[in-house]
Design a protein around this ligand. Structure first.
Ligand code: ARG
Length: 613
């Protein structure tokens, strides 16, 4: 149990004791104190409860504080040594140093140093840093990245990849069984264009395409898209190719296969370069569902959920209208008999619930697909493919912007290349590495070769992923290399910098970090900043309570930023290696604990640490 949970329990019990009418069932809110001078945790329960109890918050607070104090030795011996209170380590006597009322009725609690220190020691060598596994493990599908493979991966897909990867990592860490699903687009209209182009340009000479560079595919696609817009004849051929693929035409499939091998290989290479935990075993693309599509439509028809609309087969659901107020359909088969994105997604739901036995499905895409998933959810529920007990959650993210100045005016527009094209992740990684190498060399002229390359690669990943994850996913954010790579401010680089500081501290001390963790001996506090750092360190597990509901990796970023900030204040005011032996030892132990939280927290964001930078 984390401290915050223990405090909540203690307060809940005190409320139930002192207010038997509204107390039972009342959930106290507890939060870390903003101003640490007042205490470590604060509750506004008295303000919440006063209305119901028709009395003043102060009266409520006094009664609750009284109830907490009852049965503890706090009143008689303020600031007692608590180590030997024995019994329940989560009881008020073991945890609470002071409990005080402030302002209109806030209750402030300061924890005992002994409780904090014993938690530090308890979790010091724990690779999970004190985070417990969930008591209710679920089998959860996380559908993310899922690029459209006709093009190289671009920044739009980057957000799904980064956010989804972090969610998958955290849920797995918490003890859930995560089934990563890369539902990449390899079966839609784009592939009709590509196959038609390949046939036109290569005929049966597919070997030539096999060895051509990856850009060839993009050029083919660009050219094909122009042709499709300009020539009815080509547009018809491209449409026929989609149906040809769907009908299993051997020649079309052969061309498509070459295309897939090429682009997929590149895609998986990129995941490795970007430290994304997706590989070929997670591939479950649109084409995987090709044989299920006719069944999806026929089952919907059997359930009387479809109507014919200009020869397209559509499902109309209550409550979905377009801007003009006309009912909005889910189209599952087009008038040319082809299937589309919705049909495939319905097949996906059937598969994930029926065969994969998912207890929850999370799909990470751009915010624009929100309506699509709401309609799918409604239709899949009506069709009996999605039981009420299985949530289908769409996590929609915002766009990446950039600041541009035109005619002296600065404005924010969608992030694009200079010539207006989509920005490729591959190019971003290359640019980030160039910049990171330069910055690393400025700080450390003696780093070179593989070490330099390795550091630059990790700094790039840290900069990109952290900049994306530090705000809520639904928010837009502005892309800016200089800000992302700065070692000051709320950046991935700043967090890494803190880690590197500790690594070099241990280098100088000549001590082995892990050996110290295994054998911490006696740890004591001698400075208020040590205590502040300690409170932050031992609150690490609190980050994860409620993660499953909110899927909020940005909280991990805020935590790491605060921890790094706290460490840097401590670093400035508390000398370590030159301090007297016991103080030095305790400060090294604390530093080790900070480094472990930084490393673990970053790894849950898909970011690896460096020892130098
Ligand atoms: N390929 C789609 C896109 O790029 C995302 C697919 C997401 N997953 C899904 N099951 N629809 O927008």
């Amino acid at each position: 149990m984390s401290f915050i949970e223990s405090i909540r329990d203690i307060l809940n019990k005190a409320v139930a004791d002192s207010f038997p009418d509204s107390g039972p069932g009342f959930e106290c809110q507890v939060a870390p104190c903003q101003d640490k001078r007042f205490g470590d945790y604060q509750s506004n329960l008295a303000l919440q409860l006063a209305k119901r109890e028709k009395t003043s918050p102060r009266n409520v607070a006094e009664a609750v504080v009284e109830a907490v104090l009852k049965g503890t030795d706090l009143k008689s011996v303020p600031g007692l040594e608590g180590e030997n209170t024995g019994g329940d380590p989560f009881s008020a006597s073991a945890l609470v140093e002071t409990i005080e009322i402030a302002g209109p009725g806030f209750i402030n609690i300061r924890l005992k140093d002994t409780a904090l220190l014993s938690e530090l020691v308890r979790t010091l060598a724990d690779p999970r840093c004190g985070v417990e596994r969930t008591a209710h493990p679920q089998r959860i599908v996380v559908d993310y990245s899922s690029p459209n493979l006709a093009k190289d991966l671009h920044v739009g897909t980057m957000r799904s990849t980064v956010i989804g990867d972090s969610i998958a990592r955290v849920l797995e860490f918490l003890g859930h069984e995560v089934l990563r699903q890369n539902h990449y687009g390899d079966w839609g209209a784009n592939f009709g264009v590509l196959v038609a182009m390949i046939k036109q340009e290569y005929g049966s000479g597919l070997d030539e395409l096999k060895t051509a560079p990856l850009e060839t595919v993009e050029e083919l696609y660009a050219k094909g898209s122009r042709l499709k817009a300009d020539s009815r004849e080509f547009a018809a051929r491209a449409a026929a190719e989609v149906n040809g693929l769907q009908a299993g035409n051997a020649e079309s499939l052969a061309a498509w296969q070459v295309l897939m091998d090429k682009t997929l290989q590149a895609c998986h290479g990129l995941y490795r370069d970007f430290n994304v935990s997706l590989d070929a075993s997670h591939d479950c693309p649109e084409s995987f569902y090709r044989d299920d599509l006719p069944r999806v439509v026929s089952e919907l028809a059997e359930k009387n959920l479809l109507v014919n609309d200009n020869n397209a087969r559509c499902a109309y659901l209550d409550g979905f209208h377009n801007v003009d107020g006309d009912p909005l359909p889910v189209i599952v088969q087009k008038s040319d008999e082809g299937y589309n994105y919705s049909t495939t997604d319905l097949a996906g739901i059937r598969h994930r619930v029926g065969r994969l036995q998912a207890q929850q499905i999370i799909v990470v895409t751009d915010r624009g697909q929100e309506l699509h998933f709401r309609m799918l959810r409604a239709l899949a529920q009506k069709a009996g493919w999605l039981p009420d007990a299985v949530p289908l959650r769409h996590l929609g993210y915002g766009v990446i912007l950039q600041e541009v100045t035109e005619n002296g005016q600065t404005k924010k527009v969608r992030f694009r290349t200079r010539d207006g094209g989509t920005v490729k992740i591959r190019d971003l990684l290359a640019e980030g590495r160039r910049r990171s190498e330069r910055l690393t060399l400025e700080r450390n002229p003696d780093i070179s070769g593989d070490e330099l390359n390795g550091i630059a690669a990790k700094l790039t990943i840290a900069a990109l992923k952290y900049a994306d994850l530090k705000q809520r996913p639904e928010s837009d954010y502005t892309f800016n290399w200089d800000q992302m790579l700065a070692n000051q401010g709320n950046t991935g680089i700043y967090i890494l910098y803190c880690y590197v500081r500790i690594a070099s501290l241990f280098g100088k001390s000549g001590l082995d970090r892990d050996a110290l963790a295994q054998n911490p001996g006696s740890v004591t506090l001698s400075h208020e900043l040590e205590r502040e750092l300690l409170v932050q360190v031992v609150s690490f597990p609190e980050l994860f309570s409620g993660y499953e509901e909110e899927l909020t990796s940005h909280n991990i970023c805020s935590y790491l930023y605060e921890l790094a900030g706290c460490y840097s204040r401590f670093w400035k005011d508390c000398p370590i290696l030159t301090a007297p032996e016991q103080v030095k030892h305790s400060r090294l132990v604390l530093s080790r604990a900070v480094a472990a939280r930084l490393e673990l927290g970053l790894s849950l964001l898909g970011i690896e640490v460096v020892e130098r930078m």
